[in-house]
Design a protein around this ligand. Structure first.
Ligand code: SAM
Length: 244
């Protein structure tokens, strides 16, 4: 059926492609992707020969209008290099314009590094705040941390290997008492998750420089434990129908 299909792809292990994602990538008319070489590796692995077209939100208004128009008669899949499109990746403008144009939009959920990292971390997960990439300039980095430091939730950031120590050093200065988790290369050969105060992790990654892709997480200001019983109660409460 024509429309826009937002398709999550693996964040490392190609086995994490979903059955439905593989099916849509095979059957759609074209796959809009950030980098045809990156997505080409995935489609080749799956034995898929669907046409790949390059798209990102900076592609320009005219290109986006044309792509959205084609969705009235064609099935277009949107993927990013890895994980869930739109999450620190392009696609938001395309989805917005497709919806505005009355195109059928649907999503095929799958891997997302932020959620995968959170589940690995052992940090409280009843409330979390995804804050995207950490800026690379000292002042902006500090501001980014301070902006969200007092939010009562586990904080989730995206980071890369070469910048990790600087971020941990900033955290050790700004939030020395908070538990921090580093989830690295999730689903890949060298997957690792390490937790501790930021200063200790900064020392570790100074001695053993981290390579690859990283999710950096910070525990909430006060670690309020929500037990499974509490979750059950909250759920029951939320599902209660008001009988007036
Ligand atoms: N849209 C993607 C998603 O759903 O996870 C995220 C794209 S963002 C451009 C790339 C960042 O995601 C990396 O710098 C890293 O912070 C994180 N990331 C992606 N894959 C990862 C992995 N396998 N392990 C840890 N972090 C990962």
């Amino acid at each position: 059926l024509p429309g826009l299909y937002i398709v999550a792809t693996p964040i490392g292990n190609l086995g994490d492609i979903t059955v439905r994602a593989a099916d849509i990538l095979r059957r759609c008319d074209a796959v809009a992707c950030e980098d045809t070489r990156v997505t080409g590796k995935l489609t080749k692995h799956l034995g898929i020969s669907t046409k790949l077209i390059r798209y990102n939100d900076h592609s320009g208004e005219r290109e986006r209008v044309r792509l959205v128009e084609s969705m009235h008669s064609q099935a277009i899949a949107l993927v990013s290099d890895a994980g869930t499109p739109l999450i620190s990746d392009p696609g938001y403008r395309l989805v917005r314009d497709a919806r505005d144009a009355g195109v059928a939009v649907t999503t095929l959920p799958g891997a997302c590094a932020a959620i995968a990292g959170l589940t690995l971390s052992g940090l409280p997960n009843d409330r979390f705040l995804f804050a995207g990439f950490i800026p690379n300039k000292d002042k902006a980095r500090r501001e980014a941390f301070l902006d969200v430091a007092q939010v009562d939730a586990t904080l989730i950031f995206y980071e890369t290997g070469p910048r990790l120590v600087k971020s941990l050093e900033a955290l050790s200065e700004l939030l020395p008492d908070r538990m921090v988790s580093v989830a690295r290369e999730i689903t890949k050969l060298h997957e690792e998750c390490r937790s501790g105060p930021a200063a200790r992790l900064a020392d570790h990654y100074t001695d053993y420089p981290a390579k690859g892709e990283i999710v950096l997480m910070v525990a909430p200001p006060a670690e309020l434990e929500t037990s499974d019983d509490d979750v059950d109660l909250l759920l029951k409460d939320a599902l209660k129908t008001d009988k007036a």
